[in-house]
Design a binder for this molecule. Structure first.
Ligand code: GLN
Length: 452
């Protein structure tokens, strides 16, 4: 597939041919990465095609978050990122499959059925931006947008073998992203390589007055133009990082450390808070916020409404019982529980204190290192249907959620394959607004792996 940085130089008739080809390939594809919808796949629409996760609003398109409750609902407006893309002649092209309301790590909890991993169709592509990553790695998209609340851009990129960036909280507008957990959600790019990732990030980043958490200090310079793979960094490695990871991931991690030393970087061992605290703090916070954010889907204003309700209460109950899938219901229930008056202090408030402490720990670490190296997941992509226990699924997010809790940036790049030829991704974590640093280091490693 043509790279984004090459596609931006093409003429409209050449772009039209690419869009035609993508439509053909998508129709033949077994991956189930796209939600097939003629309206969103129009070759006559001018511009460079970018695949959009089905939780980002594109005016006039259906948007469902892969949930029954929103089936048939049409976006009344564009998310700010869509307007930004359009300024550079990039257009939304295709809706990507995802875990329902972005809750999940495998891409299986979608009303459209699971997406498949392009490297091995019996495995999951990761989640929740399952379709975005599978399509880019599977050569049926030039580049895609995803959202990352606790790893949903980086982890599927890692499982599929492409590049995913979770930007600093506040650097990309969330206006028009259907909220899962507002204090953690970020939109970001999923691309074929690091340079394209920098380019797409540049197109979507920047302060936006429509998002009250958008950060006015977001750097405006171009990370793509300023890329420099020869910079040297002090990189923190986690002493206990690999204790949760399987053997092959642990081996890849230490091989990458050796490579970084050879490339002239300085390595420093660091300690992090017990990652189990990160899991608890993340899941309490995200479920609490989700229970509040999803309260608006009650059959009155959006999407599907139960037809046979006798009164208002029954309308709410029937609409929500029929509309939401099991994982979403579980999270709404737990979220309401941790916010309820008897348990608020014990769970929600405690989770916020732990979250503060985690942020503090990262800020201490970033006093002595520039970047942290971490695995992306404890394992390679599991088989479809293998990860059926929710708690096990939550625990597999151990390496990605700290970045969201502390509002940092992180990039996942493919660095290796395991014995079954499945991609292994690793993650570089940067301090707030240090996207240039992690992109430069990622490019350095990517080039060295390619022997450049
Ligand atoms: N797997 C995590 C969750 O289920 C992260 C999801 C995300 O980043 N949207 O919450």
């Amino acid at each position: 597939m043509i790279k984004l940085r090459e596609a931006i130089k093409l003429k409209e008739d050449e772009l039209k041919e690419i869009k035609k080809q993508i439509i053909q390939d998508v129709k033949k594809s077994q991956l189930n990465a796209y939600i097939i919808d003629e309206n969103s796949l129009d070759e006559n629409n001018q511009g460079i095609p970018i695949l959009i996760k089905d939780n980002i609003n594109v005016k006039g398109w259906e948007i469902t978050c892969a949930s029954n409750i929103l089936k048939g609902y049409k976006s009344p407006y564009n998310a700010s990122v869509i307007d930004k893309l359009k300024k550079y002649n990039l257009i939304p092209f295709g809706r990507s499959n995802m875990d329902e309301f972005a809750m999940g790590s495998t891409g299986e909890s979608s009303i459209y059925g699971p997406t498949k991993n392009p490297i091995d169709h019996s495995r999951v592509p990761g989640g929740s931006s399952s379709g975005s990553a599978a399509a880019v790695a599977g050569n049926i998209a030039i580049a895609a947008l995803g959202s990352d609340t606790g790893g949903s851009i980086r982890q599927p990129a890692g499982y599929c073998g492409c590049v995913g960036l979770k930007p600093t909280y506040g650097s990309v507008s969330r206006y028009g992203l259907i909220a899962y957990s507002s204090s953690l959600d970020q939109i970001g790019p999923i691309t074929q390589d690091v340079r394209d990732c920098a380019l797409l990030f540049d197109y979507i980043k920047g302060y936006d007055k429509m998002d009250s958490t958008s950060n006015i200090n977001t750097p405006t310079n171009s990370t793509f133009e300023n890329m420099n793979k020869d910079r040297k960094f002090t990189i923190g490695i986690l002493k206990n990082a690999i204790k949760e990871a399987d053997e092959e991931i642990a081996k890849s991690y230490s091989n990458l450390v050796d490579r970084l030393i050879k490339l002239g970087h300085t390595i420093k061992e660091i300690d992090l808070i017990d990652s189990n605290f990160q899991i608890s703090s993340y899941y309490i916070t995200s479920m609490a916020e989700a229970s509040s954010n999803l309260a608006r889907f009650d059959g009155v204003r959006y999407g599907n409404r139960a037809s046979d309700a006798k009164n208002l209460k029954e309308l709410y109950i029937k609409t929500r019982s029929n509309g939401f899938g099991n994982e979403v219901k579980r999270r709404i229930l737990i979220g309401n529980f941790v916010l309820s008056s008897g348990y608020y202090d014990a769970y929600y408030l405690k989770a916020q204190k732990v979250r503060d402490y985690i942020s503090f720990q990262y800020s201490e670490i970033f006093k002595s290192v520039d970047i942290i190296l971490s695995p992306i997941a404890p394992n390679v992509a599991p088989k479809i249907g293998e990860q059926s226990n929710p708690l096990e699924m939550y625990l597999s997010d151990i390496y990605t959620i700290g970045v969201n809790l502390a509002g940092l940036c992180g990039i996942c790049i493919p660095v290796d394959k395991n014995s079954e030829n499945m991609p292994i991704g690793m993650q570089f974590i940067g301090n707030h607004f240090k996207e240039q640093d992690i992109l430069d280091l990622a490019l350095n490693v990517e080039s060295s792996l390619k022997g450049e």
